[in-house]
Ligand binder design. Sequence first.
Ligand code: MAN
Ligand code: CA
Length: 219
Amino acid sequence: MMSYSFCMLTAAAALLVPCHALSCPGLPELSDIPGLGGLLRLLKPILSPKWPFGRERLPEPPLTTGLQGLPISPDTEFSDVLENFRQRLSRLEGVLTLKGKIAKAGEKIIASNGKKADFSSALESCEKTGGTLATPMNKEENRAILGIVEQYNSYAYLGIKESETSGQFEYMNGMPLNYTNWHQYEPNGKGTEKCVEMYTNGNWNDRKCNLYRLTICEF
Ligand code: MAN
Ligand code: CA
């Protein structure tokens, strides 16, 4: 049998436990002790932001998630605005995709300004608009870039360059390629063709950097 003082100590030490959960023989519930409620209310700011406990506790809003894992906002007006944006964005993407102006591959959006430029100017114009030169990192992305190449019927520079080691190619950030789609017998320029173009069949060829090629960016 627990003693009264042990129970009081336990109760005081376990203030985070809802009051009604603390019942000891002969001990009234904490909230029933005259004056204790007031004392605890005084201590509220230093106890826990989750105050009040037990019977006085307000119900928590349900923890649910909405479309694409976004938490549902208790502010329905805000979530309506968000949903409206999502739908308009999706329609806009649909129109641009239909017109062959953009292509989507996973999270990437591929687009062209329709202009031909040398490698560094093409890269610069992509970066100016917050993107970079289209860089196919898998079959799906290569297919998406090819869609734009086909739309303009024009070879395009890719975001790939020859590394310090002749004949080896890398991404613009210096990382080694983890996907390639070289045309037969390519790359063959060893030190003389430091850029890469995409043919109208989606295959890659290492090529000089000072030619005019379609600018395709990814965002
Ligand atoms: C041919 C091939 C390519 C090369 C170009 C250069 O098409 O040899 O590999 O890049 O010529 O003009
Ligand atoms: Ca070549």
